[in-house]
Design a protein around this ligand. Structure first.
Ligand SMILES: C[S@@+](CC[C@H](N)C(=O)[O-])C[C@H]1O[C@@H](n2cnc3c(N)ncnc32)[C@H](O)[C@@H]1O
Length: 245
């Protein structure tokens, strides 16, 4: 596909969701979600409390880009939507974001994100950090106006488990993204000149996701495409507000 294309032309080129059995086969929950696990990245070890998502390869596509500036947060206001363990918030602190808001609907994830941020980044002149629990942007501090938002959403289109914590982490589906773009539009986010990064694969309904963004006057771009060689294609989308670059 043409990765430079945008708008409805991009939407029409996106692959449809993989067959249900393929999605279920590659998304088998490990069964250890309700235990404490550990995660190591970039020389840091994170304990992962029960119910908190352990970052994977898809997560790292965002974490690495926040840390090295391919997703530029230095000097900017940043919201990590669905922050989970909080690795992207830590990366943003080290990169030198001006504001960091770690947001997640799961209280234990927000607490873990805050703890790891304080431990690894700590107090940093010129950086304000908040971590709040709530549905999507409900917990964003009043008046906060992020320039950059990232979201690795639980967008898988099929229920891969009946465990509500697995669903929250993995497979709420494209409806969550519809609400995400509606809230961004309603709150006039991001700030002018800002960017919204969403990562999702063809285990999700990519056309529904990008369609929701277009309906709310966001312009989609493909920032990165990764082929896992097992039929899964992961897209890192960058959305800008209509009328901006
Ligand atoms: C796939 S995990 C990503 C976690 C982390 N950002 C990463 O990449 O490793 C999805 C996260 O979205 C959160 N989430 C699910 N529904 C949400 C909602 N309605 N509002 C905010 N966060 C939500 C989950 O609790 C989970 O932490």
């Amino acid at each position: 596909m043409d990765l430079t294309t945008t708008g409805r032309t991009l939407l029409e080129q996106l692959p449809p969701p993989l067959p249900a059995e393929h999605i279920l086969a590659i998304n088998q929950p490990k069964g250890d979600l309700h235990t404490t696990r550990h995660y190591t990245w970039n020389g840091w070890t994170f304990d992962v409390p029960p119910g908190v998502f352990v970052p994977g390869g898809t997560s790292r596509m965002i974490h690495e880009r926040v840390l090295d500036g391919r997703i530029e947060v230095r000097g900017r206001r940043y919201a990590a939507m669905g922050a989970g363990l909080g690795v992207e918030a830590v990366a943003a602190g080290l990169r030198g974001a001006r504001e960091i808001h770690a947001l997640d609907v799961h209280g234990a994830s927000v607490a873990a994100a805050e703890r790891h941020y304080r431990r690894i980044v700590g107090e940093r002149e010129g950086t304000v950090f908040t971590a709040r629990a709530g549905d999507l942007f409900d917990a964003l501090p009043p008046g906060a106006r992020p320039d950059v938002v990232t979201f690795n959403p639980p967008a898988v289109s099929r229920p891969v488990s009946e465990d509500p914590d697995v669903v929250r982490n993995v497979c709420v589906g494209a409806g969550l993204l519809r609400r995400f773009f509606a809230q961004l539009a309603e709150r006039e986010l991001p700030a002018p000149g800002g960017e919204v990064f969403v990562i999702a694969s063809n285990t999700a309904d990519l056309r529904a996701i990008v369609g929701s963004a277009l309906d709310h006057r966001f312009v989609p771009h493909v920032a990165h495409l990764h082929d896992w060689d097992d039929g899964v294609l992961t897209f890192l989308f960058r959305f800008t507000r209509e009328g901006e670059a």
